[in-house]
Ligand binder design. Structure first.
Ligand code: CDP
Length: 195
């Protein structure tokens, strides 16, 4: 049986660092599901499609066969983060990403003994039956400070108060959306990563 470890939590909670640590320690592949959503957002920017234009988004998604799960620094800008959470509310976007995710995971599991996947709905929806589920949380100010530091290190302009505002809005959008909202999965180990 291949191992699947799910890690969910809000932005800046440190779930990516924890996912990377676990994947290295136990020799498992790390898949960051947020990258797939971020790539869709980037695609819309590149093709000048508004996040409000559901019709056009549906058409463009139909034309994409495979989306890469490779990370790229440009996908982590604040602009893309905010747009990503706006399009992640659409059930058809989530369906598209989930199909892409299934495809990616089935290929990953052919070559690896397991996979650590982080995101917002991995333990609640995508891999509901995973045996090990983590939920990483942290105080909002600490999360905003981390994200601010990260952006500065990436060479982006960043204003702490704007980041705090953006994170609050992103949390609100992720928690209140109808389709697969951010929730603590049943049976998850909850880790407060504020320190
Ligand atoms: O790294 P960070 O936590 O800031 O963000 P991310 O994991 O790259 O996710 C960016 C956005 O994608 C989130 O704010 C969610 O709106 C969305 N997302 C989602 O809805 N479901 C997932 N499994 C992963 C990301």
């Amino acid at each position: 049986m291949k191992k699947i470890i799910t890690i969910d939590g809000p932005a800046g909670s440190g779930k990516e660092k924890i996912a990377k640590y676990i994947s290295k320690k136990y020799n498992l592949f790390h898949l960051d599901s947020g990258i797939l959503y971020r790539r869709v957002a980037k695609y819309l920017i590149d093709n000048k499609i508004s996040y409000k234009n559901e019709k056009k988004i549906k058409i463009i998604l139909k034309s994409i066969k495979k989306i890469s799960h490779r990370k790229h620094i440009t996908l982590r800008s604040e602009n893309i983060s905010n747009l990503t959470s706006l399009i992640a509310i659409y059930p058809f976007v989530r369906k598209f990403v989930n199909n892409q995710q299934k495809l990616a995971v089935s290929n990953i599991l052919k070559k690896n003994k397991g996979c650590v996947i982080d995101g917002r709905d991995i333990g609640t929806k995508v891999f509901k039956n995973a045996k090990i589920k983590l939920f990483i949380d942290a105080n909002i100010e600490i999360r905003a400070k981390r994200r601010h530091k990260q952006l500065i290190e990436q060479g982006e302009k960043s204003i702490y108060s704007h980041i705090l505002k953006d994170l609050k809005l992103r949390d609100k959008t992720d928690i209140n959306r109808k389709e697969s909202p951010l929730r603590i999965p049943v049976g998850a180990i909850i880790i407060d990563n504020s320190k």
